[in-house]
Design a protein around this ligand. Structure first.
Ligand SMILES: Cc1cc2nc3c(=O)[nH]c(=O)nc-3n(C[C@H](O)[C@H](O)[C@H](O)COP(=O)(O)OP(=O)(O)OC[C@H]3O[C@@H](n4cnc5c(N)ncnc54)[C@H](O)[C@@H]3O)c2cc1C
Length: 415
């Protein structure tokens, strides 16, 4: 098989990359190992999109382009409740319905003319003269190769970059990663039940005091989802090496045990939760962080917090820095003026591999910048940019920053 652009990973970054590349006029394939696109949104029930809007008043949307196509498609499906501003923090999220998200992403990918390839694992690469020639894939029929002129690593774990011998860093400078969390979807809770953060914390505290040693986080997050009215609860934290199946196995099982304990605690101590039941966990534990690629510029926490502008901007980050330590409440730090910072193309362009761009939570940034840029809204933005850069490279053998910016603007990106 031969394409102009291969995108590995079909999360928010990969979907945006593939559509961005296809919209710039090149033949593009999007490879995803799961049976649906969406990445953490659909496979780990991370159903609140952060980073499409900054905290500023009045409402300021900072990521457009492919993200807008996604929101428009959700709207046509009757599944876009609009942005929701948390009155306390000022954070603006877009809540998602999981099934509508899967279906909307299918439609976006197909409408753009991207070739979708689900149930397909990328396991190796063919590389020569510092350029990737092909990816090796595996499905139940066996191994096969897909050649292309340009590639995007949107795998969330930096698989493609690592397989190609590109430089990667695991976690922060000391190899520490943000906590992983198994998301719980809970049904059977009446619409008027309070989801007060303090009430959850008190309930967990009570259970811990009574001797429950399984529970980790007291101050987690709970929101009500559109459509189903289910409660999305993020409490069950684990420390995991998200690259290692042995570590993941231990974490999945331990987190599932936690989820059943949390359910029990909520039923016993939270008014309205008496008949609550687990609709679903995961399906997969949500891994926030593994590898980061080495690009041509490491986006810094100072860049993010000071709202720094870059000449070679290709995306905007508008979510505050949000750090998750295992079992601890999330720590937030505001971006200057509650606005946004620029993400430069240099942070996506993988050092040492001529025809590879990165996108989403693996782009080159320090731990503080990562704590903001990792979110799904921003991943739509960096994905779109990486796809356009790869598309232009495939078409004309170089991705000049002015051409990338012009094409992104033509495709409706906000830069
Ligand atoms: C518990 C938790 C809560 C979070 N809360 C929020 C939140 O409320 N709002 C928010 O916006 N963000 C949140 N985030 C962050 C956000 O979900 C991720 O940072 C974001 O999804 C990154 O997008 P991505 O496309 O880079 O990666 P992912 O969404 O992880 O997608 C990567 C995709 O690549 C595929 N893949 C990987 N390797 C291969 C391979 N070798 N072959 C084929 N396919 C492959 C994977 O199956 C996956 O679908 C949260 C994350 C976690 C874990």
């Amino acid at each position: 098989m031969h394409f102009d652009v291969v995108v590995v990973g079909g999360g928010s970054a990969g979907v945006a990359a593939a559509i961005g590349a296809a919209n710039s006029g090149v033949r593009t394939i999007l490879i995803e190992k799961n049976p649906y696109f969406g990445g953490a949104a659909t496979h780990s029930s991370v159903l609140t999109v952060c980073g499409l809007f900054a905290q500023q008043e009045p409402l300021l949307q900072v990521v457009g382009g492919v993200a807008n196509q996604f929101l428009d498609t959700l709207q046509r499906l009757g599944a876009y409740p609009g942005p929701f501003r948390n009155p306390g923090s000022g954070n603006v999220i877009v809540p998602l319905d999981a099934e509508a998200t899967k279906y909307a992403l299918d439609q976006c990918v197909v409408q753009a003319g991207v070739t979708p390839r689900l149930h397909c694992n990328v396991t190796n690469v063919v590389i020569s003269d510092g350029s990737i020639q092909a990816v090796q894939c595996f499905d139940h029929s066996g191994s096969f190769e897909i050649e292309a002129a340009a590639f995007v690593d949107a795998s969330g774990e930096g698989d493609l970059t690592s397989l190609a011998g590109g430089k990667v860093r695991f976690g922060d400078d000391e190899g520490q990663v943000q906590a992983a969390t198994l998301v719980m979807r809970i049904g059977g809770v009446p619409a008027d039940a309070s989801l007060s953060r303090q009430a959850f914390a008190d309930a967990v505290h009570l259970a811990k005091a009574a001797g429950d040693t399984v529970l980790t986080k007291e101050k987690g997050m709970a929101v009500r989802l559109p459509g189903s009215g289910h409660i999305l609860a993020m409490f069950a934290d684990e420390v995991v090496n998200g690259l290692d199946s042995a570590s993941l196995t231990k974490a999945e099982m331990s987190a599932r045990n936690q989820a059943w304990h949390y359910l029990d605690v909520f039923r016993s101590h939270m008014p309205g939760f008496e008949q609550a039941y687990l609709v679903q966990t995961g399906p997969s534990i949500g891994v926030r962080e593994t590898r980061h690629v080495k690009g041509h510029y490491t986006l810094t926490g100072e860049d993010a917090l000071n709202g720094v502008r870059h000449e070679d901007v290709v995306a905007r980050g508008g979510w505050p820095v949000e750090i998750h330590q295992p079992g601890q409440p999330a720590v937030y730090r505001q971006i200057k003026d509650r606005a946004y910072y620029d993400i430069p193309l240099r942070s996506l362009d993988v050092e040492g591999i001529e025809n590879l761009w990165s996108a989403g939570r693996i782009i080159d940034c320090d731990p503080v910048a990562f704590a903001s840029s990792r979110v799904m809204g921003t991943s739509f933005g960096t994905g779109h940019a990486a796809g356009v850069a790869a598309g232009l490279y495939a078409a004309i053998k170089h991705a000049d920053i002015r051409d990338v910016q012009e094409e992104l603007r033509r495709q409706g990106a906000y830069i």
